[in-house]
Design a binder for this molecule. Structure first.
Ligand code: MGD
Ligand code: MGD
Ligand code: MO
Length: 693
């Protein structure tokens, strides 16, 4: 394979097979049309069953993002005060030389001194190669601090691992055959559109769709029923559902006996949760819980397949890990796993045979065990001085594939940390984001249209390949190339630092996925079971669905899942009497795309949805500019008095760029750095506020 074979400068339109890189369960197969070396159009690949020829609105604007007039095209060096975003153009050579010298100066102080250097990255691209390959190798060789990548999914991830045994579940296409689908903590139309397509097929075939979400989302609008519970109360709802399934004997006793662990204990706990008790906690009616239990339990006698699509929305609260444990255990009660269209799906990523050690080379640590920093507490951690427990203060940050100043919780602390004069910050980016404003060096990175990559998915079971469609714009370089060149300047002479991107693509799955087929078709479907747990065989230590987890008990935690209230549980009589959630905006992808004009025009401006009763109590009219505040800070935005908000809960949509907000802040000015019960994750939706005009 020749590197340039697929880069066409022909005036005849050519189509290049790629994959959408964004942090979304759908991981679409894309076709880019190139004319004269310029990408003129991206579209969904009709040959890929999950994509079905259709991309979402955001990614169909990918050329607008790629050729955006504000794309970073040259390395930049800070010339103004920290955070002012003033830069001058420098050569790659000068930038890389200086960065290497600065890192070397820190690392050469002593055996563990490199721990003062922290890589910070997340899922700007989900590519296995432009994500963590050469970058991870570089930081392993350096002995930098390790990063605990918790900002999105680790509470739910741990919940799954301690219940089902891994990030495993139903195959998404099987939802098309389900007869009842609970869409739980997921605004699928906005954030999982290609699952929604399967749910629509099921609906046309007579399935009932029930949405469980504090917000009346676009998805809730299109479901038959919507249960608008208070944020963070899902566990109470599940315990009461179990109560009803038990008291009416809507149970698959054989399945429970043969394929689960700890049912007697779970049963005892659930019997303490009458619908009346849970309804008070959830802020809904007992009858709603009874009706849901009737629907869910009906399949025990009807034998019709019943499925749950969970998404990560419900685990961004203190009890998020336990909530996922409880929901993931529900299918076992009714034996839903017996059918391929029954069970639950939160993430399928555990099914992919990714060769992480080959890509990331943890062996380069050579016995060293650097400390780990949790990305979700970056605000506090940047402000910590050196100490025996923390280790050295963080002196250098290298950021790629992430925009922490906008997306991390408790922004006031994050900003204070990034503004430290003695912090050396390097940012690899496409655009001058809120984080880029704080860079000492800002390095231009390639987009998905300009580089090779290989992808897994957390919402389906196909591996994908992305070919570059066009040459890098300006002087942009791939993340991998930037780390290769930095490695060379640091004198890292291990041969793995010369692996090129095509070699890394081949390494990502090794022999486990046929690379030739990936090259040829752009995707390969994994050969996983259609009804994986019909006969048990869960990848847990016991091989059963674990209501009781010995592993959690061994850590001194409750072996059984329970309802854990929010840190900032809704209470109308407190100083901050409104619960705020901040779910994704449909036309953005976290903080990506916020600067794409056509998409920003659709989203309008930062909005807070509020119920008419809460607005009236405060003399607020729709369209007013309000102050949303709590003990951590203040955010100003426009109010939308809307049926989408339930009483007591306000919805601050999307992670806007701070600098595009009315007072230079976004919703994360209000969120806290408190962590979840499992997985050390942030609690973005566990946040009380007050709103005033
Ligand atoms: N268009 C778009 N798509 C996206 C994203 C985006 O920003 N924009 N983000 C991507 C990312 S990073 C991820 S992780 C995924 C999934 O991202 P998620 O955060 O799971 O996003 P949603 O699917 O919108 O689900 C959130 C839903 O959960 C609801 N919710 C909030 N709190 C609770 C609760 O306590 N209980 C329940 N039951 N529901 C609650 C919200 O109202 C919202 O409708 O989506 C990805 N897809
Ligand atoms: N209040 C609140 N906060 C949230 C959430 C929420 O629901 N509410 N959601 C949380 C969730 S689920 C997540 S996943 C995080 C997401 O947080 P992040 O992972 O930081 O995601 P983005 O905000 O999309 O920022 C990704 C950045 O990576 C850049 N990028 C993309 N591709 C490349 C590349 O190939 N190379 C380089 N160098 N850069 C690239 C993009 O330009 C973009 O600026 O945010 C979290 N924050
Ligand atoms: Mo996420």
């Amino acid at each position: 394979m020749n590197k340039t074979t697929f880069l066409s400068s022909s005036s005849e339109p050519t189509q290049v097979l790629g994959a959408c890189p964004h942090d979304c369960p759908d991981t679409c197969s894309m076709l880019t049309t190139v004319v004269n070396g310029i990408a003129i159009k991206v579209q969904g690949n009709p040959a890929h069953p999950h994509t079905d020829g259709a991309l979402c609105t955001k990614v169909s604007r990918y050329t607008e993002r790629t050729y955006h007039p504000e794309r970073l095209l040259h390395p930049l060096k800070r010339i103004g005060p920290k955070g002012a975003g003033q830069f001058e153009r420098v050569s790659w050579d000068a930038a890389l030389q200086d960065i290497a010298a600065r890192l070397q100066a820190i690392a050469s102080r002593g055996p563990d001194a490199a721990q003062a250097i922290l890589p910070y990255s997340y899922a700007g691209t989900l590519g296995l190669v432009q994500g963590e390959s050469q970058s991870a190798r570089f930081f392993h060789q350096l002995g930098a601090s390790l990063l605990d990548r918790t900002i999105c999914a680790s509470a739910g991830g741990e919940g799954l691992i301690h219940t089902l045994g891994g990030k495993v579940g139903m195959r998404v296409e099987c939802f098309a055959e389900s007869k009842l689908i609970l869409i739980w903590g997921s605004n699928s139309i906005s954030s999982n559109l290609h699952f929604w397509r399967y749910a629509q097929i099921a609906k046309r075939n007579g399935a009932k769709l029930i949405c469980i979400d504090p917000r009346r989302s676009e998805t809730a609008d299109k479901c038959h029923e919507h249960i608008a519970l208070l944020p963070g109360t899902d566990s109470a709802l599940v315990l009461a559902l179990m109560h009803e399934l038990i008291t009416h004997d809507w149970l698959d006793h054989n399945y429970l006996t043969q394929h689960t662990l700890g049912w007697d204990l779970m049963r005892e706990r659930a019997l303490q949760w009458t619908p009346e008790r849970a309804a008070l906690v959830c802020g809904i009616l007992p009858e709603q819980i009874r009706a849901l239990a009737r629907d869910y339990g009906a399949s025990v006698s009807s034998r019709e397949p019943t499925a749950i699509r969970m998404n990560y929305g419900l685990q961004r609260v203190q009890g998020g890990g336990n909530a996922v444990r409880l929901i993931a255990s529900l299918p076992a009660l009714i034996g839903a796993w017996r059918h391929r269209a029954g069970g639950v799906l939160l993430s399928s990523s555990g099914l992919f045979p990714v060769q992480r050690a080959a890509l990331q080379r943890p062996d380069l640590l050579a016995g060293r065990t650097p400390r780990t920093i949790n990305m979700s507490t970056i605000g506090d951690d940047l402000l910590r001085p050196s100490s025996a427990t923390f280790g050295p203060a963080i002196e250098a940050l290298i950021i790629y594939n992430s925009n922490p100043v906008a997306v991390a919780p408790e922004s006031a602390k994050v900003v204070q940390g990034f503004a430290r004069e003695d912090l050396f910050t390097v940012v690899l980016e496409h655009f001058q984001t809120d984080t880029a404003d704080y860079a000492d060096y800002l390095l231009p990175a390639t987009t998905q249209l300009e580089h090779w990559d290989v992808h897994a998915s957390y919402g389906h079971t196909d591996a994908l390949l992305n070919r570059p469609a066009i040459a890098p714009l300006g002087e942009a370089k791939t993340n991998t190339q930037i780390f290769r060149e930095l490695a060379q300047r640091m004198g890292f002479d291990h041969p793995c630092f010369t692996d090129d991107d095509e070699a890394l693509c081949r390494m990502a799955y090794g022999d486990a996925v046929a690379f030739d087929e990936l090259l040829d078709k752009g995707f390969v479907t994994l050969n996983t079971a259609q009804a994986p747990f019909a006969n048990g065989n869960f990848p847990t230590p016991s091989g059963r669905c674990e209501f009781f987890s010995e592993r959690l008990a061994a850590r001194g935690l409750d072996g059984l899942p329970d309802y854990i209230p929010n840190y900032e549980a809704f209470n109308a009589s407190t100083l901050y009497p409104l619960a705020m959630i901040s779910p994704p905006a449909r036309n953005f992808l976290n903080s990506s795309f916020v600067n794409v004009k056509s998409l920003r025009e659709v989203e309008g401006e930062p909005l807070l949805e509020m119920h008419a009763l809460d607005a009236a109590a405060r003399g607020i009219q729709s369209g007013d500019i309000v102050q949303v505040f709590n003990q951590r800070g203040l955010y100003r935005c426009k109010v939308d008095i809307s049926q989408r908000a339930r009483p007591g809960v306000v919805n601050g949509l999307g992670v806007w760029w701070r600098k595009l907000g009315l007072n230079g802040t976004n919703v994360n000015q209000l969120t806290s750095q408190k962590l979840t019960d499992l997985g050390r994750a942030p609690t973005f939706y566990d946040c009380l506020v007050q709103v005033s005009i």
